[in-house]
Design a protein around this ligand. Structure first.
Ligand SMILES: NC(=O)C1=CN([C@@H]2O[C@H](COP(=O)(O)OP(=O)(O)OC[C@H]3O[C@@H](n4cnc5c(N)ncnc54)[C@H](O)[C@@H]3O)[C@@H](O)[C@H]2O)C=CC1
Ligand SMILES: [Mg+2]
Ligand SMILES: [Mg+2]
Ligand SMILES: [Mg+2]
Ligand SMILES: [Zn+2]
Length: 461
C-alpha cells in the first residue's frame, strides 16, 4: 500500500513540478534542470538521470521549497540504483529537509530497508567525521609530481594569465593587505614581482611551489607559490604599490583573523620557509645546502657528504609531533587546565608537550601530564589533530582519564595547574569568569578539546 501511495504522491509532485516549470521564464533554466533531477530521481529513471548529470552542471544537492533533494525523492520511493548513483556522484547523505529529516530518515519512515543499508554504508564510509581545525590545508592539490619538473614550474611562473599567484613573506611572515581589522593575504601575480624576484631562476630565488587549487568563482586551476624576501625588497615592493596598504605582522599569531583557507596556506608556507631560513648549512658536514624539489628538499653541496651518498632524512623538512590533552577527573566532572609560563596572563589551556623517540603517543601523553602536574593518566583516546605552524608542529589532540587528583605543579614549565568544574569552564569559555580567566580561541585545538569535555561531544569521554 505504501508503494501505491508513494507512486500517486510522486506523480502529483511531478505534475506540480512540471506546472511550476512551465510558468517560469527561460532564464530559470537551472530550476527547470532541478525539477527534472527531482522527477527522474523520484521515478527511478536511472539511465536518464545518468545522462542529465553527465551533460549538465547540475547541483546534486539542490532542494525544493520543502527542502527535499533528489536523494530524498529516490530514498522515499526505494529506487536503489538511483540512490547509489546519487551517492557515488557526491550527493550529501546528511542534508536535511524542512522537517529536519535526512534521506535515511525518510527511507526509514517509508520502510525502504534496502535503501537504509545503502545510506548507512555511504554515511559511515564516505563522510569524514573529524573536526577540521584552523591551519589545516584543504582543497589544495600539492601536485608532488610537479616538484621536480623545473620546466613546468618555470612556465607557471612565466605565465601572463591570471592563474599563478605568489604569496610573499618577509623573514617568513606574510605580506598582508587591508587594514588591521580586515586584512587578507596579498596574492601577487608573477608580473607584480618580476622586478624584485628572479622568476626564471626559481631555484636560486627559492620560490616554493605550494600546489594547485580550483578557483570557486572562475572554475580555473590556480598555481600557488611562496617566496621569502628581505626587508629591503619588501620596502621596494611597497613603493611599487603606493595605493595599497601592504603590511607584515610581527608574528603568525598576529594574523589569527585570516580566514581559515588563507591561514592554512600561510601556515604551510611559513613552515617551509622557516626551514629554508634555518637550514642553510648541512647539519652533517657544515657545507652549504641548496634549495631543491620546489622547496621540499635541501641538498648538501658537498658531494662526499653522507646526506648525498646515503638517504638521510635531514634533507627533508621534519615535523614535531606534539601531544595535547584534555585530562578529565576520575568522576568525569572536572577538567585539568594549566597556565604555561609564557602564556598571556589568565589564559588556561590543555597540557601539551613534545614527543620523544621511542614513545607511543599515549605514553608521551602520560609522561608529559605526570611531569608537569603529577597526575597519572590511564586510558587515553584520540580526538583529532591540528597542524600548528610554530614552526612545524603537528598537535595530536587527546582525551586523558586521570587516576589520581593531587596536583604537583612543575614550576619550570607551568605557572599553575588546576582542576576546573564544568560550570567554571563554561565561564572561561564565554569569558565571564569572575577572575578574568579564559581559554584559548577557536584557532587552537585546545579550545576544541575543552569543548569536547563541556559538551561530551567526543564519544571517547
Ligand atoms: N594548538 C594548541 O592548542 C596548543 C599548542 N601548543 C604548542 O605545543 C607546544 C609544546 O608544548 P610545551 O608545553 O611547550 O612542550 P613541553 O612540555 O615538551 O616543554 C617544552 C620544552 O621542551 C623542550 N623541547 C623538547 N622538544 C622540543 C622541540 N621539538 N621543540 C621545542 N622545544 C622542545 C624545550 O626545552 C621546551 O622548552 C608549544 O610550543 C605550543 O606551540 C600548546 C598548547 C596549545
Ligand atoms: Mg612538558
Ligand atoms: Mg616535553
Ligand atoms: Mg608542556
Ligand atoms: Zn653535508
Amino acid at each position: 500500500m505504501n508503494q501505491k501511495f508513494a507512486q500517486t504522491s510522486i506523480s502529483l509532485i511531478a505534475r506540480h513540478l512540471s506546472i511550476r516549470s512551465r510558468i517560469r521564464t527561460s532564464n530559470n533554466m537551472a530550476f527547470d534542470l532541478e525539477d527534472k533531477l527531482f522527477s527522474l530521481s523520484a521515478n527511478g529513471k536511472v539511465s536518464e538521470l545518468k545522462s542529465l548529470i553527465s551533460m549538465s552542471n547540475i547541483k546534486l544537492n539542490a532542494s525544493n521549497q520543502r527542502g527535499w533533494t533528489a536523494l530524498m525523492f529516490a530514498a522515499r520511493n526505494g529506487h536503489k540504483d538511483v540512490v547509489s548513483l546519487l551517492v557515488e556522484k557526491g550527493a550529501n547523505v546528511e542534508q536535511q529537509n524542512g522537517l529536519g529529516q535526512t534521506a535515511y530518515d525518510i527511507a526509514a519512515f517509508w520502510s525502504q530497508t534496502a535503501i537504509l543499508s545503502l545510506l548507512k554504508q555511504a554515511d559511515t564510509e564516505s563522510q569524514p567525521t573529524e573536526p577540521v581545525h584552523y591551519f589545516t590545508v584543504r582543497h589544495l592539490d600539492r601536485a608532488n609530481e610537479k616538484r621536480k619538473d623545473l620546466q613546468w614550474l618555470k612556465e607557471r611562473l612565466a605565465t601572463s594569465q591570471l592563474t599563478t599567484f605568489i604569496l610573499a613573506f618577509v623573514k617568513t611572515f606574510p605580506v598582508l593587505t587591508g587594514d588591521e581589522k580586515n586584512y587578507s593575504v596579498r596574492k601577487f601575480l608573477p608580473k607584480d614581482l618580476e622586478n624584485f624576484v628572479d622568476m626564471e631562476n626559481c631555484e636560486q630565488s627559492e620560490i616554493v611551489f605550494l600546489g594547485m587549487r580550483t578557483n570557486d568563482e572562475t572554475g580555473k586551476q590556480e598555481c600557488l607559490f611562496a617566496v621569502d624576501i628581505s626587508q629591503e625588497t619588501y620596502t621596494d615592493i611597497q613603493a611599487a604599490f603606493p595605493n595599497e596598504n601592504l603590511y607584515v605582522p610581527k608574528g603568525l599569531r598576529d594574523a589569527f583573523l585570516l580566514d581559515s583557507e588563507e591561514a592554512a596556506l600561510t601556515g604551510l608556507a611559513h613552515s617551509v620557509l622557516d626551514w629554508h631560513r634555518n637550514c642553510i648549512f648541512c647539519q652533517c658536514c657544515g657545507y652549504r645546502t641548496k634549495f631543491a624539489h620546489a622547496g621540499y628538499k635541501r641538498e648538501c653541496t658537498n658531494e662526499d657528504c653522507r646526506t648525498v651518498r646515503e638517504v638521510k632524512n635531514s634533507s627533508y623538512l621534519r615535523l614535531d609531533p606534539t601531544i595535547i590533552v584534555a585530562v578529565i577527573s576520575t568522576d568525569k566532572s572536572k577538567l585539568l587546565l594549566a597556565q604555561g609560563r609564557r602564556f598571556i596572563p589568565n589564559m588556561w589551556s590543555c597540557l601539551a608537550g613534545f614527543m620523544e623517540p621511542g614513545e607511543s603517543i599515549e605514553d608521551a601523553c602520560r609522561r608529559e601530564v605526570f611531569e608537569e602536574t603529577g597526575i597519572r593518566v590511564g586510558r587515553v583516546t584520540y580526538h583529532s589533530t591540528q597542524p600548528w605552524p610554530f614552526p612545524t608542529q603537528i598537535m595530536i589532540g587527546l582525551i586523558g582519564h586521570a587516576t589520581n587528583t593531587d596536583i604537583t605543579v612543575d614550576k619550570s614549565e607551568l605557572s599553575d595547574a588546576k582542576w576546573f568544574s564544568r560550570s567554571e569552564v563554561v565561564q572561561m569559555m564565554t569569558r565571564n569568569h569572575p577572575h578574568g580567566y579564559f581559554n584559548p580561541p577557536h584557532n587552537a585545538i585546545a579550545h576544541h578539546l575543552i569543548k569536547a569535555f563541556l559538551h561530551n561531544t567526543s564519544s571517547k569521554i
